[in-house]
Ligand binder design. Sequence first.
Ligand code: FE
Length: 227
Amino acid sequence: MIFKQVFDNKSSTYTYLIASTKGREAVIIDPVLENVDQYIDLLNELDLKLVKVIDTHIHADHITGASKLKQVTNCSTLMGEHTPADTVEIKVKDDEIISIDNLKIRSLYTPGHTSDSYSFLLNNYLFTGDTLLINGTGRTDFQNGNSKDAYNSLFNKLLKLPEKTLVYPGHDYNGKQVSTIGDEKKFNPRLQVTSIDEYVNLMSNLKLSKPKLIESNVRRNIHLGAN
Ligand code: FE
């Protein structure tokens, strides 16, 4: 399998480019607008045809490259059915299979960070968006975020996956690229709570500042990054 993890320095976002092998179809998860040329170069180098671009949720901290990629490659745009984005072509429900060539990606509805957050599972690769981060979890204080939903998405869904499942998050701010469900269960400080109330309490006391440009980013992302 071809698997490329591309880091955006400005927003600390991870974008994933996946395909079965050279010369075949590819998918990109969580592209950043400013880096679209880089993705196109990668696709060309590997002789890949981009068929789908997925956003895990409406992002607040960067503008998605989905529309631009569609414009350049004619790929389809895909998000979970709870998205407020108005131009998404394919909307998946919880537990649907997305086929790209011979790759099968399973959608998992994991609300909490936002009400439209999905995670995606490809074999033992789990793309968690901002639902589960390495040693962290996505904040729940805007975009219909909800700590109870986040707890359920984490404890009753993602952490029930096999311990060896690889966790590929939507961001990392400390240079970490990958973790496992087993390691997150053991070491992630946010996941050491013993009840839903304890998690809600922990999340309501984070005192985080609002992301820069959140309003304009969200406004753009509702149109998948188009002006
Ligand atoms: Fe986010």
